[in-house]
Ligand binder design. Structure first.
Ligand code: GDP
Length: 300
């Protein structure tokens, strides 16, 4: 499956050591837990999450009177799946009728443009009419790069010149989406996050323009994070607070890391659903996140 291939680096790093631990150890003792803790922390699952996970495993061992490590192995998968699932809905919220607006935010280089291109391709393959909005008017080359993805995916890009007001681009894009009867508008935004106040002001202005045109929009505000950057990705996410309106996450480049456990840490720390994951640079290397498939791809 796509998950198995895309996660092969993490899988190779994890499977051997987890398999080895569960088959080599004959009993579930302190050393067993310590070794498991090390393996999971090594995969970037995050210390807090690992400690929580180990506590839950201890409780299960007691409750189910498990003695053989092999019996605990499926319990680990179960617990991980639950941690990843959370309470929120992982599928994208779409307009019941009319236009769906999805906004992408995130620092430069995390894979925002690539993700928009992949998603444009995905929706287009489903027969939807897609438009892109070149809302990153700040970074040199951002507009051209989005246009390149637009060409590849076969969808139009609404743009203004570099340096123009992103909110004005959004306004244009909404008008265009309306007059062309688009189903989905995917909006790029600037990725300079060094100044939280400016970032929030820019986002809020964009929100106001969008809401004036489509009151229930944006339907999704997706924060794109680079899965290879570990703790740094978490810090980027913390620039956004409750007021920033994030509705979900996209984690990119999971194919390039052996530390895919970061997905679990991010899921736990941020309390936002992971909606999609990037598993490569190509157009169809974007997958809706599914915690069961994810955990099974890592351990099955
Ligand atoms: P942006 O600045 O956030 O718009 O980032 P880009 O979309 O330009 O992506 C930055 C780099 O990451 C590019 O070289 C992309 O090809 C690469 N990239 C994006 N997503 C993925 C992914 O899921 N896997 C891999 N391996 N590379 C990715």
């Amino acid at each position: 499956s796509k998950f198995k291939d895309g996660l092969s680096k993490t899988r190779d790093a994890l499977v051997g050591s987890v398999e080895d631990l569960f088959s080599r150890r004959k009993k579930i003792d302190e050393e067993f837990y310590e070794e498991l803790e090390e393996i999971l922390i090594g995969a970037d699952v995050g210390v807090n999450t690992v400690l929580k996970l180990i506590d839950e495993l201890r409780a299960e061992v007691k409750k189910r009177k498990i003695e053989d490590p092999k019996e605990l192995r499926p319990v680990l998968s179960e617990k991980l799946i639950l941690l990843l699932k959370g309470d929120e809905n992982a599928s994208l919220k779409m307009a019941e009728q009319g236009l769906t607006v999805i906004l992408f935010v995130g620092v430069n280089g995390v894979g925002k443009t690539t993700t928009i291109g992949k998603m444009a391709h995905m929706f287009k393959s489903q027969g939807k009419k897609v438009l892109l909005a070149a809302g990153d008017t700040f970074r040199a080359g951002a507009i051209e790069q989005l246009e390149e993805w637009g060409r590849r995916a076969g969808v139009d890009v609404i743009k203004q010149q570099a340096g123009s007001d992103p909110a004005a681009v959004m306004f244009d894009a909404l008008q265009a989406a309306r007059s062309r009867g688009a189903d989905i508008l995917l909006c790029d935004t600037a990725g300079r996050l060094q100044n939280k106040v400016n970032l929030m002001e820019e986002l809020n202005k964009i929100y106001r323009v969008i809401r004036r045109e489509v009151p229930e929009a944006p339907h999704e505000v997706l924060l794109v994070l680079d899965g290879t950057t570990g703790q740094n990705a978490l810090n980027q996410a913390k620039l956004f607070d409750e007021k920033s309106g994030l509705s979900g996450l996209v984690l990119t480049k999971l194919d390039s890391t052996a530390k895919g456990g970061i997905v679990v840490a991010i899921r736990q720390e941020l309390k936002l659903p992971v909606k999609y994951v990037g598993l490569g640079e190509k157009m169809d290397d974007l997958q809706p996140f599914d915690s069961e498939q994810f955990v099974h791809a890592l351990f099955a």
